[in-house]
Design a binder for this molecule. Structure first.
Ligand code: SF4
Length: 260
């Protein structure tokens, strides 16, 4: 059994049921296309239009090469933007190809990562990922994902050391242009308050929230909800009075009851 076979065989399919103030989601068999329901589709389209007008679908310096993007995302964990971008530039200068890392010691690789958070963990994780890719494809590359359907590509990515669904979906969305929806803490908070999910951890709500957003709106929903969650829909005191969604969000009326 190859690395990819193992990934596909072990791929979970959890999908919590029965949430959302719009009475949507999650009967087995309809989950992937919950967004087709007219009332939901209309509500989500309105949120996306308002958020897009406010934030303009920003990009975040993401990479078109999927392995570059995976490295970039891993470096960004618990590290400020200026620092992780600097580390990324140093790595690319030292290792123009990720195969060039082969033969270098962990300590040598770690030294470059050291200014960032969790640098030791990241060094081991990245080296393990490059090694797994060499075992699978003969070199450190994610280019073969371009020929895989979304589910297979996501399954492969989540089989790599330390790669979860959110990171996998980020690589698919930013680098491969796939219509998937990564759910980070900001996207999750906004989605919960809008009634798209119960208050569970973001990593258990990825498929649920994605299924309720039409494919063509997922990129905008993600990047604009991240901006909105950072600027207005704050964790403890959302600024509902200044929010572009205040007329169509149940949270100000229901308060914490919408975060059940
Ligand atoms: S109205 Fe309040 S809770 Fe709803 S999205 Fe806006 S800031 Fe968040």
């Amino acid at each position: 059994m190859t690395h990819r076979d193992l990934a596909l065989a072990s791929r979970g399919n959890s999908f919590p049921a029965g949430v959302g103030s719009l009475g949507v989601t999650a009967r087995v068999g309809t989950r992937a296309e919950a967004w087709r329901r007219p009332r939901l589709r209309s509500a989500v389209a309105r949120w996306c239009r308002l958020l897009s007008q406010r934030y303009g679908n920003p990009r975040h310096g993401n990479r078109s090469n999927p392995l570059d993007e995976l490295v970039y995302i891993i470096l960004s964990t618990r590290t400020g933007e200026a620092v992780f971008c600097g580390i990324y530039r140093k790595l690319k200068k030292e290792f123009p190809s990720w195969d060039d890392v082969r033969g270098r010691s962990v300590a040598e690789f770690h030294r470059i990562l050291a200014p960032g958070g969790l640098s030791s963990l990241k060094a081991y994780q990245l080296l393990a990922i490059f090694s797994a890719l060499r075992a699978e494809f003969g070199r450190a590359t994610l280019a073969p994902l371009r020929a895989m359907p979304d589910g297979e590509a996501e399954g492969f990515l989540t089989s790599l050391p330390g790669v979860g669904k959110k990171v996998a979906k980020c690589v698919l969305m930013y680098s491969l242009g796939r219509q998937v929806l990564p759910v980070d803490v900001h996207t999750h908070r906004v989605a919960v308050r809008l009634g798209l999910a119960a208050k569970r951890r973001p990593d258990t709500s990825q498929d649920l929230i994605e299924a309720q957003v039409p494919p063509e709106l997922r990129y905008g929903f993600h990047v604009n909800a991240v901006a909105h969650g950072r600027a207005v829909c704050l964790p403890s005191k959302p600024m509902c009075g200044a929010c572009v969604l205040r007329e169509c969000c149940p949270y100000p009326k229901n308060g914490k009851r919408s975060e059940r």
